[in-house]
Design a protein around this ligand. Structure first.
Ligand code: SMG
Ligand code: MG
Length: 370
C-alpha cells in the first residue's frame, strides 16, 4: 500500500508505418493516453488502449481523458493508502470504461512492482522468458498487396498470420492466401462486421482450416456466436464481447467460442486479465494475447501477460517496427524464429525515452493530490 502523490496524463501520437484498416475504419496514426503515476515509493506507467474514435468499443481518447482526469484520478487521490488490487472496488462508482480504468490499474501495479524490484511477468506467474509472435494484417487494397504483406511477414518469422476481413473482402482473400501458403497458422478477424444471416460465409471458410475466426458478429453478442459456432467446424474466438472474467465464463458456458483473445485493456487491466486467463484455462480453453497497436509501454505489459501458462497460441505481439518507425521506448524486436523476449526488469521493465516522449506528446496535464 502506498499513496499516489501525482498523476501525469499525456495524449501522445505516433505515425504508423502503414495505414491499418479494419472493418470499422482506418488508422494512420496511433494516438493514445498515457498515465505516469508517482507514489511515495516509485513511478509507474500505464497506456490506455482506446483510440481516437469510439469504434472498437465505446471508449475513445477524449472520453477516457475526462474519465481519468475528473473521476478516476480524484478517487485515487482521495483513497489515501491504496494498492492496485483495490482499484476495482474503488473505481466501481464509474460503470464500464475498462480501458480508462486499466490505465491506472496497470500504472499503479507497475509502480508497486518497481518498488519491490519484481517483474510483472514474475508477478503474473510467467512460465516463459520468450513468447510466440503473430501479426495482424489490415484489409489491403487488393489481394496482390495482401499476398505481398503476408510473404514479407512470413520471411520475418511470424508464427501466425491474422487477416482482417469484412463483407466483400473475405472468402476470396482467404483462398488466395491459403493457396499460396497451405501450411501456415492462419486466422481471420471480422471485428463484428457480420450477422447470423451471413453464416454461409463462415461455412465457406471451413475448408481453409483456419486456426480461428475472431469476433464475426456484434461486438456485445454471446448468443448468436453460440448459434454460429454450432453451424461451423472452425473454432470461433471472441475479442470485443469479452469485457471481464464473468463474460468469459458465460461465453464458454454458452458455447459462444472455443478460444479467447485476452486484451488487458479491454477487460480493465492486467489483474482482471489474469482472472480471465485463470477461469478460461481452468476450463481447458486456449487463450492468446490480443493487441491494440500499443506503444512500447502497452507492449511490455502485453508480453508479461502472454508469458502466462494458458497463453498457448501466438499473440498479436508484433515487433515495434511492424507499427512505428520510432517507438516511445527502446524498440521491441522479434527474433528470426518468431519469438520475442519477455521483459524481466522490475515492473513492466521499460520506460519511455524522454526525448521521444516529448516529441510525441500533444497534451500534458499534471494532477496532484491535496
Ligand atoms: O496490436 O497488432 C496489433 C493489432 C492487432 O488486429 C489487432 N487488433 O480486433 O484484434 C483486434 C484489433 C483491434 C485493433 S483496433 C485499432
Ligand atoms: Mg480482434
Amino acid at each position: 500500500m502506498t499513496r499516489v502523490r501525482a498523476v501525469e496524463l499525456r495524449l501522445v501520437g505516433l505515425g504508423l508505418v502503414r495505414p491499418f484498416r479494419t472493418s470499422f475504419g482506418q488508422m494512420t496514426e496511433k494516438a493514445c493516453v498515457l498515465a505516469k503515476v508517482e507514489t511515495d515509493d516509485a513511478i509507474g506507467w500505464g497506456e490506455c488502449v482506446a483510440g481516437a474514435e469510439p469504434d472498437f468499443s465505446e471508449e475513445f481518447n477524449e472520453g477516457a481523458w475526462l474519465v481519468l482526469r475528473d473521476l478516476l484520478v480524484p478517487a485515487l487521490f482521495a483513497a489515501g493508502d491504496v494498492g492496485a488490487a483495490r482499484l476495482d472496488e474503488l473505481f466501481a462508482f464509474v460503470r464500464g470504461n475498462p480501458m480508462a480504468k486499466a490505465t491506472l490499474v496497470n500504472a499503479l501495479l507497475d509502480a508497486e512492482l518497481r518498488a519491490q524490484g519484481r517483474s510483472l511477468a514474475s508477478f503474473l506467474g510467467s512460465e516463459r522468458d520468450r513468447v510466440e509472435c503473430g501479426v495482424s494484417i489490415g484489409i489491403a487494397p487488393t489481394a496482390e498487396a495482401l499476398l505481398d504483406q503476408v510473404a514479407g511477414h512470413l520471411l520475418e518469422g511470424y508464427r501466425r498470420i491474422k487477416l482482417k476481413i469484412e463483407p466483400g473482402a473475405d472468402l476470396e482473400r482467404v483462398r488466395a492466401v491459403r493457396e499460396r501458403h497451405p501450411d501456415i497458422l492462419l486466422s481471420v478477424d471480422a471485428n463484428a462486421a457480420y450477422t447470423l444471416e451471413d453464416a454461409d460465409v463462415f461455412r465457406g471458410l471451413d475448408p481453409f482450416e483456419l486456426l480461428m475466426v475472431e469476433q464475426p458478429l456484434h461486438h456485445e453478442d454471446l448468443v448468436d456466436h453460440a448459434k454460429l459456432q454450432r453451424q461451423i467446424r472452425t473454432d470461433l474466438c471472441l475479442d470485443e464481447s469479452i469485457r471481464s472474467a464473468a463474460h468469459a465464463e458465460a461465453a464458454i458456458e454458452l458455447g459462444s467460442c472455443r478460444i479467447v483473445n485476452i486484451k488487458q485493456g479491454r477487460v480493465g487491466g492486467v489483474l482482471e486479465a489474469k482472472r480471465v486467463h485463470d477461469v478460461v484455462s481452468a476450463r481447458g480453453v486456449p487463450v492468446w494475447c490480443g493487441g491494440m497497436l500499443e506503444t512500447g509501454i502497452g507492449r511490455a505489459t502485453n508480453l508479461a501477460l502472454a508469458s502466462m501458462p494458458g497463453f498457448t497460441l501466438p499473440g498479436d505481439t508484433s515487433a515495434s517496427r511492424r507499427y512505428f518507425h520510432d517507438d516511445l521506448t527502446e524498440p521491441f524486436e522479434m527474433a528470426p524464429d518468431g519469438t520475442m523476449a519477455v521483459p524481466d526488469e522490475p515492473g513492466i521493465g521499460v520506460q519511455p525515452l524522454p526525448e521521444r516522449l516529448r516529441e510525441c506528446t500533444h497534451r500534458l496535464e499534471r494532477l496532484t493530490a491535496g
